[in-house]
Design a protein around this ligand. Structure first.
Ligand code: ARG
Length: 457
């Protein structure tokens, strides 16, 4: 196919160079946004009298036809085309002749591509947000079932203090709720229209960029035409938000993998979200969680790739920027795929409260509460802390736990110990009494559930 820009050239483009240059394989997915943008552009050109009303109407109708034909599979996107913008314009011209050739007045592919990506990402961001919401809902559902399920909370992966399984799960819900706001923030900054920046310097035509922006649902326009065509920080912001989502999912995955192991056995993933081994008949592997953890590297890589692509570019547009979409879309697709698998994996997971409880009983997890017991009876916290440390050492030596050490042994350490201590350091009390806002106690967990239910609405 002859290039639209062929006039300047004596020879056709080398076949390999043509393939190398083409971005259609990547940007064809933006056909809807490209056509929608072109419709608004044609409307603006007509309103401003740059083309006639008649021509504007014809172009818009024809573009609607092209969109419908692609949607219905009647028009195949030509894999040989240079990019989606050239493809749509060439079909328009084929269908409309000279009128079609008028569409590209007062714009350039540079502002067109900047527009299309924004429109595309605006739609996709909503999709990602709704996937995050589904995952939050799955977390909330599990949390509601396990408001009283006691498990060890960890620091340094050492048993630290008793918590409820709900509290632990809701932590991920909180992270994900911030991920939603991060995406919303990025979208709010992104939602300004670059169209009308043209190649880089604006145009001599009497355009109405505000009209076009409004038609396309933008909150305003980019105020500097060079910035309008050169800026990809909106991609980077979203990709950073995606990288953070992946970091959250990866930490969650890591715990799911640990919890599923025989060493922990706190949960059992549903058979439909686990796999077997080709050689070891007993295996049930958490492949989905491992893959999510693995794919996190890819999403970080995409962000680094685009940051690096952009770092040395002089203003304004450079062809390097065509690489933006490969990185952006890979990051987007990966996050979507991970969220899509995560929600049902969590939804169908089964907790094993007995194992959690047993694990919580073994690690001197109530030692802080024992120190608090002494402190509440008047001993300074540091002294109590030392005292309890010595008691823990004695338990280890005698191969017992705090709950089972006889009162006489306690009395040898301090007179303040009475037999009410056993109730005070029971796992149930430890959890129930953590009534501080945001703590693992029931009322806080219930408040968290309410908060996350709203976030997932
Ligand atoms: N396919 C190009 C891209 O994705 C569109 C913009 C081309 N502009 C240009 N001046 N060659 O970046």
């Amino acid at each position: 196919m002859e290039k639209m820009w062929a006039g300047r050239f004596a020879k056709a483009l080398d076949k390999k160079a043509d393939d190398f240059n083409s971005s259609i394989a990547t940007d064809k997915r933006m056909y809807r946004q490209d056509i929608t943008g072109s419709m608004a552009h044609a409307a603006m050109l007509g309103k401003q009298g740059i083309i006639s009303d008649e021509e504007s109407k014809k172009i818009i109708e024809c573009l609607a036809g092209i969109l419908a034909d692609i949607d219905e599979g009647k028009l195949e996107i030509d894999p040989e085309a240079e990019d989606i913008h050239m493809f749509v314009e060439s079909v328009l011209t084929k269908r409309l002749g000279d009128t079609g050739k008028k569409l590209h007045t007062a714009r350039s592919r540079n502002d067109q591509v900047a527009l299309d990506i924004r429109l595309y990402l605006r739609d996709e961001s909503e999709e990602i947000i709704s996937l995050i919401k589904s995952l939050i809902s799955a977390i909330v559902k599990q949390a509601e079932m396990h408001k009283r399920t006691i498990m060890p909370g960890y620091t340094h992966l050492q048993r630290a203090q008793p918590i409820t399984f709900a509290h632990q799960l809701l932590t991920y819900g909180m992270m994900l709720s911030r991920d939603i706001t991060r995406i919303r923030d990025a979208v709010a900054r992104m939602n300004v229209s670059p169209i009308g920046s043209c190649a880089l310097a604006g145009t001599t035509y009497d355009t109405d960029r505000y009209f076009e922006a409004k038609e396309l649902g933008f909150d305003g326009i980019t105020l500097n035409s060079i910035d309008g065509v050169s800026d990809r920080d909106f991609c980077l912001e979203l990709m950073s938000a995606f990288a953070i989502i992946m970091m959250h999912l990866s930490r969650f995955s890591e715990e799911i993998i640990l919890w599923s192991s025989w060493e922990f056995k706190f949960i059992e993933l549903d058979d439909s979200f686990t796999t077997g081994s080709s050689i070891m008949p007993q295996k049930k592997n958490s492949d989905m969680a491992e893959l999510v953890r693995g794919k996190t590297g890819r999403v970080y890589g995409d962000l680094m790739a685009l940051l690096t692509t952009l770092k040395g570019l002089p203003l304004a547009y450079n062809k390097d920027m065509q690489e933006d979409k490969d990185a952006m879309f890979d990051s987007l697709d990966t996050v979507k795929a991970c969220l899509e698998i995560f929600a049902p994996m969590i939804d169908t997971m089964r907790a094993l409260p007995e194992n959690m409880y047993n694990a919580a009983g073994k690690g001197f997890i109530n030692a802080t509460d024992l120190a608090d017991y002494l402190t509440k009876k008047g001993m300074p916290f540091r002294t109590a802390y030392k005292n309890v440390g010595e008691i823990v050492a004695e338990c280890i030596e005698k191969n017992t736990v705090l709950d089972k050490l006889p009162l006489e042994a306690y009395k040898a350490h301090s007179d303040l110990f009475c037999d009410d201590l056993y109730k005070e350091i029971s796992l149930e009390t430890c959890v129930e009494k953590r009534i501080s806002a945001g703590g693992t106690g029931l009322s806080s967990v219930e408040a968290q559930i309410e908060f996350l239910k709203k976030a997932a609405e």
